[in-house]
Design a protein around this ligand. Structure first.
Ligand code: COS
Length: 381
């Protein structure tokens, strides 16, 4: 067992940290205030090679693997979680769908565009009546008679679904099949019938783009079926294993940002003639924040390592997401508390961290769903 990062990983981490501090952090508050999508930041990420972190070099990616990607995402999210979620969904869910389940033809057609950042990739699973109960989705895919399908229905909560070139989309091919009647599709968003709808106005991550998509007779040819027909539910869950590691890395980044801001403030803010960091009540908070953040980081890196080793990691991905997202929310609450009245204003970033942290316990599987996945994995064995 070796806890030291290799020299290459340390260099990558440092490069990501410098990039995040120099290019992302200075713009984060403005993007949040104006609800401006982080398109420019994503273009810069693409130049750094961060849009193809898991994509094999043969398809134009940097093939860094899960552990390296998590290290990068932690740094990016420490500076700008709106950029972070966009990159996480693009890399883990969209690129991941093709890497894991795409045909050679699909990989050649889409991965180079995604890896270079020319296209963003989205993930379309949730619907109005199907959130945690993903297996109950209703969006309909009817056979077109030539092996392809015609899709109708609506999808919700797509990160950057209206500015993406590619989406992995799940629809029902067997009305009676329950979880075993769902198929995954590789969809080009420029196709007729892929119609972006309402943009969500959100509490946090306001620099990320979240929208509805309406499918109106969207024709998907046979060669764009992803994996086997009626096997899409397991594809959705398997991709979410990777997605949850990405969100865990995001939450570690937010927790670290809360800790960093709190330590700085505790040294600078004087009360009763001393910096507030000299008081036990503040020290207790900082010790707890630091310990929980480090525990979340190690769980996230462990889950990432398992993925890189090609070993089962669904349980560990859920553990990492559970620990990291609850830690991010804990740290954000304590960071605001340490900042006192100042923390409740937009003069300090902790107010934004508090809002950004909230969704990490909700999307890509709520905290309750992570506990369910973890508990089931023990009880089943
Ligand atoms: N990867 C691949 N297959 C998996 C899997 C995984 N991580 N987890 C479960 N499966 C398989 C199981 O092996 C089972 O297959 P068999 O029927 O062949 O045995 C099947 O999928 C169903 O699994 P399970 O019985 O555990 O499903 P449940 O309906 O009990 O639970 C939950 C499914 C609730 C865990 C799932 O629907 C879920 O994660 N929901 C949250 C969805 C989500 O995160 N939405 C957010 C989207 S992004 S905003």
């Amino acid at each position: 067992m070796d806890f030291e990062l290799s020299e290459d990983l340390q260099m990558l981490q440092e490069a990501a940290r410098d990039f995040a501090d120099g290019e992302l952090a200075p713009r984060a508050a403005e993007n949040d205030a104006t609800e401006t999508f982080v398109a420019e930041q994503i273009a810069l990420c693409a130049e750094m090679g961060f849009c193809g972190m898991a994509v094999p070099e043969a398809y134009g990616g940097s093939d860094l693997g899960a552990l390296a990607s998590s290290l990068v995402l932690m740094e990016i999210n420490r500076a700008c979680p709106s950029t972070g979620v966009t990159l996480s969904v693009h890399n883990s869910l969209a690129c991941g769908s093709l890497i894991q389940f795409g045909t050679e033809e699909q990989k050649q057609r889409y991965l180079p565009k995604l890896a270079s950042g020319e296209w963003l990739g989205a993930y379309a699973l949730s619907e109005a009546e199907s959130g945690s109960d993903a297996g109950s989705l209703r969006c309909k895919a009817a056979p077109d008679g030539n092996g392809g399908f015609v899709l109708n229905g609506s999808k919700l909560w797509l990160s950057h679904g209206d500015v993406s070139g590619y989406a992995v989309l799940f629809a029902r091919t067997d009305p009676e099949g329950g979880q075993n009647g769902i198929t995954a599709f590789s969809v080009e968003t420029a196709w007729d019938g892929y119609n972006p709808g309402k943009h969500e106005r959100k509490m946090g991550l306001r620099g990320s783009n979240t929208c509805e998509i309406h499918l109106a007779d969207l024709k998907v040819p046979a060669e764009n079926v992803l994996g086997e027909v009626n096997h899409g539910f397991k594809i959705a869950l398997s991709l979410l294993d990777a997605g949850r590691i990405g969100i865990a890395a995001q939450a570690v980044g937010i927790a670290q940002a809360c800790l960093d801001a709190s330590v700085k403030y505790a040294k600078e803010r004087y009360q009763f003639g001393r910096p507030i960091g000299a008081f036990g009540a503040i020290q207790e908070k900082i010790a707890e924040m630091a310990t929980r953040t480090q525990a979340a980081r190690l769980l996230t890196l462990h889950a990432s390592w398992l993925k890189d080793e090609g070993r089962p990691h669904a349980r560990e991905a859920s553990m990492a997401k559970l620990a990291s997202s609850t830690t991010a929310n804990y740290c954000a609450k304590e960071a605001v508390q340490i900042h006192g009245g100042a923390g409740y204003t937009k003069d300090f970033p902790v107010e934004r961290y508090f809002r950004d942290a909230r969704v990490t316990e909700i999307y890509e599987g709520t905290t309750e769903i992570q506990r369910l996945v973890i508990a089931k994995s023990y009880l089943r064995d």
